[in-house]
Design a protein around this ligand. Structure first.
Ligand code: B12
Ligand code: SF4
Length: 283
């Protein structure tokens, strides 16, 4: 995928670092979000903007293969918390090795994993890989913010947060299921700082139009995710909000081409803009 080399550089938070400052009585945390970044990584973008909205700071570090590990390790030295986006099963060994290296260097830095694979295999991962401290089940925006709001008590009090798998007294435990987000438009727009992405030389951005799926294919991890988070299986954004985001991206010069992606392949009631692609070219 045509991603600029510059885009590999960490996408640094535009908000100032808030290390050690207080946030409604708790310590603001600096979170390093690590994950694949072949195209726009909307998971990390949404997590970063939600953390910032809540007064924390976030930095995104691409981890596309093992050669990115030294840079991630360097950035982890400045983080209060490391979040790993383990969406792909095939990449799990690399992420677990990275987590072990971070823990070896900085044993007290909490490592939180999330994403499709981490959620589906949460119990097994927590039993077998002590380098992971917490796994956030399914959608992570609110859960990660609530964990960070705990500040340095995050791991000791993880059991108070809905939607996590954690350890207590050496036992792996899961808290109550967190209902999935109903209002996708309530989320702040994803972080898109850093250089524009190029597809065939054209600055391009990806957009989330919906989440979930109406089908129940047994082999698909999207089906498993629905079991761990109650609520409607499929949610769509308001078409007007999608168009607003597209317009902002175009006006601010982030992209010349706009692709509306959706996290599902099946829509019961397609709306005007939620699936398919929309492309505009700057005159
Ligand atoms: C876009 C996409 C891609 C893109 C970009 C991926 C990227 N992230 O950079 C591209 C095209 C590159 C891609 C490639 C592949 N993909 Co893909 N992809 C998707 C897709 C359609 C959408 C993901 C997305 O952006 N969602 C939008 C965000 C906002 O939601 P989210 O990802 O669910 O994130 C939320 C939670 O998961 C959680 N979360 C995620 N990370 C973290 C981290 C922390 C710390 C926390 C707290 C929470 C958290 O919070 C997020 C916000 O709520 C999903 C299907 C789906 N519907 O999810 C498949 C999916 C993730 N892909 C999949 C696969 C298999 C692949 C490939 C291996 C295919 C292949 N054989 O080549 C490759 C792997 C690429 C590689 N080399 O690593 C599978 C993963 C299955 C698995 N368990 O392994 C999925 C689930 C599709 C499926 N149903 O099978 N993919
Ligand atoms: S995303 Fe595709 S494979 Fe997964 S449940 Fe929906 S239709 Fe089935």
């Amino acid at each position: 995928m045509a991603t600029t080399k510059a885009a590999k550089a960490a996408t640094t938070a535009s908000a100032p670092r808030l290390h050690g400052s207080t946030l409604a009585g708790a310590t603001a945390m600096h979170v390093l979000l690590v994950g694949p970044d072949q195209e726009s990584n909307l998971s990390l973008g949404y997590l970063a903007s939600s953390l910032r909205k809540a007064g924390h700071s976030a930095e995104i570090a691409p981890f596309n293969d093992a050669s990115d590990a030294p840079e991630v390790l360097r950035l982890a030295r400045g983080a209060d918390v490391v979040g790993l986006s383990m969406c792909f099963q095939i990449r799990a060994p690399q992420f677990l090795r990275l987590a072990a290296d971070i823990k070896k260097e900085r044993p007290s830095t909490p490592i939180i994993a999330g994403g499709h694979f981490a959620t589906c295999a949460a119990s097994e991962l927590m039993h077998d890989y002590p380098q992971l401290d917490v796994i956030v089940m399914h959608e992570g925006e609110n859960t990660l913010v609530e964990l960070c709001d705990k500040g340095r008590r995050m791991l000791a009090e993880a059991g108070q947060i809905a939607g996590v798998t954690y350890r207590e007294d050496g036992e792996v435990r899961a808290t109550m299921k967190r209902p999935i987000l109903r209002e996708l438009d309530a989320l702040p727009a994803p972080d898109r700082s850093g250089p524009s992405r190029l597809v065939a030389g054209v600055p391009t951005a990806y957009i989330m139009g919906s989440r979930g799926c109406i089908r129940t294919c047994d082999y698909c991890c999207i089906t498993t995710l629905h079991r761990v988070a109650p609520g409607p299986r499929f949610r769509q954004r308001e078409p007007e909000k999608v168009v607003e985001e597209l317009s902002d991206l175009y006006q601010t010069g982030v992209c010349d081409s706009l692709y509306s992606t959706t996290t599902t392949s099946s829509s019961p009631r397609p709306r005007r803009t939620s699936t398919g692609s929309i492309a505009t070219t700057r005159p």
